[in-house]
Ligand binder design. Structure first.
Ligand code: SF4
Length: 182
């Protein structure tokens, strides 16, 4: 029987949720037996060349590239999982949501105490750069999400249990104790 195909992406996240996937330790060998990884930072496959069964999204949506990427995941994955608080509700990056975008950019590139070497006072304006959005959006405000795995990051055991339950078609066990915010 063909293995379910899993894709993952990190949008506006810190890669901590992906690190938590790898924290399943030696069960990664079992996971490789259970699923085939497709587009993901884990295997460095960068484009969809087939439909996937499960898409796992870390991070919220802060720029136009995140929007395109998330829509591509929705189009190519039967099930989409929001992994971690940034994906579920914007997380730490959403702390900028109450501040006007102009002020954020000026603090980051012109006036902040850590700004060095921007003598010409230029804000990044290359056409190649993704357009920053007015605020950081949780994934479900851009596309339909099917499941939410809470935590920052979600525990490795929670990710493992959820993936196995999805693959085997059993109920996901989500007791309160596994929801953790380090
Ligand atoms: Fe990082 Fe936490 Fe956001 Fe995951 S939920 S991307 S660990 S900040």
């Amino acid at each position: 029987m063909a293995k379910p195909v899993v894709a993952t992406a990190s949008l506006a996240g810190c890669f901590g949720c992906h690190m938590s996937i790898l924290d399943i330790d030696e069960r990664i060998l079992d996971l490789i037996e259970l699923v085939e990884f497709h587009k993901s930072p884990i295997d460095d496959i960068k484009t969809f060349t087939k439909k996937c069964d499960i898409g796992i999204i870390e991070g919220g949506v802060c720029n136009s590239e995140n929007v395109e990427n998330l829509k591509a995941f929705r189009k190519n994955c039967k099930i989409l999982i929001a992994l971690g608080e940034c994906s579920i509700m914007g997380g730490l990056p959403a702390m900028r949501n109450g501040i006007p975008i102009k002020e954020c950019l000026e603090e980051a590139y012109l006036n902040g105490v850590t700004v060095e070497d921007n003598l010409e006072k230029i804000l990044p304006n290359d056409d190649e750069l993704p357009m920053i959005l007015d605020r950081v959006y949780p994934c479900h405000e851009i596309v339909k999400m099917d499941y939410y795995l809470p935590g920052c990051p979600p525990r490795a055991d929670l990710i493992w249990n959820a993936l196995v339950a999805l693959i085997k078609g059993t109920e996901i066990d989500l007791p309160y104790e596994v929801v953790k915010y380090d």
